[in-house]
Design a protein around this ligand. Structure first.
Ligand SMILES: [Cu+2]
Length: 136
């Protein structure tokens, strides 16, 4: 009798742990409705040295994501052969309707940049995408 109760307690403990795990997965909002798709573009396209408008569109399961905080970071690695330090600039974008986020950002020089788009909601990252953009 005693061993049956112990086994039952163990089973409850295991199922409790399993529930805890799936609860953790459900906390990511993207898990239920599918991945958040990130599209990036600029005006002009490709961007130029100086001011540009960056545009990011977030879609999830065919629906626009309208309540995210979105930023775009341009990164160029250091170029020791021409004594240039790493360059990095982040631009926050504002929601402009329909899951489209826009903002004005500066590109410091022409050449290849690693562009990282990060979308968060309530401080939790819901999507990110890195692409290479060659500025004119
Ligand atoms: Cu450079």
């Amino acid at each position: 009798m005693r061993s049956v109760r112990l086994r039952l307690a163990a089973a409850l403990l295991v199922s409790g742990l399993a529930a805890g795990c799936s609860g953790g997965e459900q906390r990511a909002p993207s898990a239920a409705a599918g991945q958040v798709e990130v599209a990036f573009s600029s005006q002009p396209e490709p961007p130029v040295t100086g001011d540009n408008t960056f545009e990011v569109t977030l879609m999830q399961g065919g629906q626009p994501v309208t309540d995210a905080d979105v930023s775009v970071t341009f990164l160029m690695a250091a170029m020791p052969e021409v004594k240039m330090p790493e360059m990095r600039t982040s631009t926050p974008l504002a929601h402009d309707g329909g899951g489209r986020y826009r903002g004005m950002g500066n590109v410091m020089m022409s050449g290849a940049w690693d562009v990282t788009v990060v979308a968060t909601r309530g401080g939790q990252q819901i999507a990110s995408r890195t692409l290479t953009v060659t500025a004119q």
